[in-house]
Design a protein around this ligand. Structure first.
Ligand code: NAP
Length: 244
C-alpha cells in the first residue's frame, strides 16, 4: 500500500490528452493509475511511461461497463486503500458531421451520453468512498468549451458554429453534474471542478487542433494539484474561468 505519494487515476488514458495527463502527474511525483477500457492497450501505454522511470500502473476500466468500474474500484482499494485524484477524462465524439442538429440519431445521443455523462457519474460514484479516505481528494471532469451554453448562444463567440449537439449537450451536462456534486462536497475535503483542455491535436480531432497534447493536459493537471484554497465547482481553461 502506497502511503508516501499521492495516488491518481485517469480514465481514457491509453492515448491523447489522458495519456499525457498521466505522464505529467507522474512526472510531478504522483503515483498514477493509467486506466483504459482495453487492458492490453493500458498495459502497453503504462509500460512506455514506466520505461521513462515514471510511477505509472495500468488498470482496466471501461466507463460504460458497471462490472469493469466495480472491479477497478475494488482493485484500487486493495492496492492503495484510497484515491487522492480522479480525472474523468474518457470521452467520445459520436455526432455525424454534416448532419443538422435535429438530424443526429438517438443512437448517437445515447452512445455519447453513455460514455461522456453516465460514465463520469458511474465512475465518480464508485470511487467517491476512496476519495473520501484521502486528506485532500480532487476530481477533475474533462468537459469542453463546447459545453458552454453561454458561448453557444452568442453569435460572436468562436464556438457559435460548432453545433455537435450530442457531444456538446453531454459536456453541458457534465458541467451541470459538476455543480450538483460540488454542492454535496462543499463541506468535505474533496474538490470537484470541470475543465476545457483546449483545442488539442488528438485522434478525436483527426490530429487537428491549436495545442499539442503537452499543453492540452495542463488544465487537468493544474486542477488535480490545487491546494485546499483551490476552487470548488468551477469551469476552467488554463487559468481562465469559462462562462457556463
Ligand atoms: P482521444 O484521443 O479520442 O482519446 C479518448 C480516450 O478515451 C481514449 O483513450 C479512449 O480509449 C478513451 N475511451 C473512450 N471510450 C471509453 C470508455 N468507454 N471507457 C474508457 N475509456 C474510453 O480524445 P482526447 O482528445 O484525448 O479527449 C480526451 C478528453 O478531452 C475527452 O473527454 C474529450 O471530450 C475532451 N476534449 C478534447 C478536446 C480536443 O480538442 N481534443 C477538446 C475538448 C475536450 P481507447 O484507446 O480504448 O479508444
Amino acid at each position: 500500500m502506497n502511503t508516501s505519494s499521492k495516488i491518481a487515476l485517469v480514465t481514457g488514458a491509453t492515448r491523447g490528452i489522458g495519456r499525457e495527463t498521466v505522464r505529467q502527474l507522474a512526472e510531478a511525483g504522483v503515483h498514477t493509475l493509467l486506466a483504459g477500457r482495453n487492458r492490453d492497450r493500458a498495459v502497453e501505454a503504462a509500460l512506455q511511461l514506466q520505461a521513462q522511470g515514471l510511477p505509472v500502473e495500468a488498470i482496466a476500466l471501461d466507463v460504460t461497463d458497471p462490472a469493469s468500474i466495480a472491479a477497478a474500484a475494488s482493485d484500487v482499494e486493495q492496492r492503495h486503500g484510497r484515491l487522492d485524484i480522479l480525472i474523468n477524462n474518457a470521452g467520445i465524439l459520436a455526432d455525424e458531421t454534416g448532419k443538422k442538429v435535429s438530424e443526429q440519431t438517438l443512437d448517437a445521443w445515447r452512445t455519447t451520453f453513455d460514455t461522456n455523462l453516465f460514465g463520469v457519474i458511474a465512475v465518480t460514484q464508485a470511487f467517491l468512498p476512496l476519495l473520501h479516505k484521502s486528506a485532500a481528494g480532487r476530481i477533475v471532469n474533462v468537459s469542453s468549451i463546447l459545453g458552454s451554453l453561454a458561448l453557444h448562444q452568442d453569435p460572436a463567440s468562436p464556438i457559435y458554429d460548432f453545433k455537435l449537439p450530442a457531444y456538446n449537450v453531454s459536456k453541458s451536462a457534465v458541467n451541470a453534474w459538476t455543480v450538483q456534486l460540488a454542492y454535496e462536497l462543499r463541506d468535505s475535503a474533496i474538490k470537484v471542478n470541470t475543465i476545457h483542455p483546449g483545442y488539442v491535436k488528438t485522434d478525436m480531432n483527426a490530429g487537428e487542433g491549436e495545442l499539442e497534447v503537452a499543453d492540452g493536459a495542463r488544465t487537468s493537471v493544474r486542477l488535480a494539484l490545487i491546494d485546499d484554497n483551490g476552487p470548488q465547482g468551477g469551469y476552467y481553461y488554463l487559468e481562465q474561468v469559462l462562462p457556463w
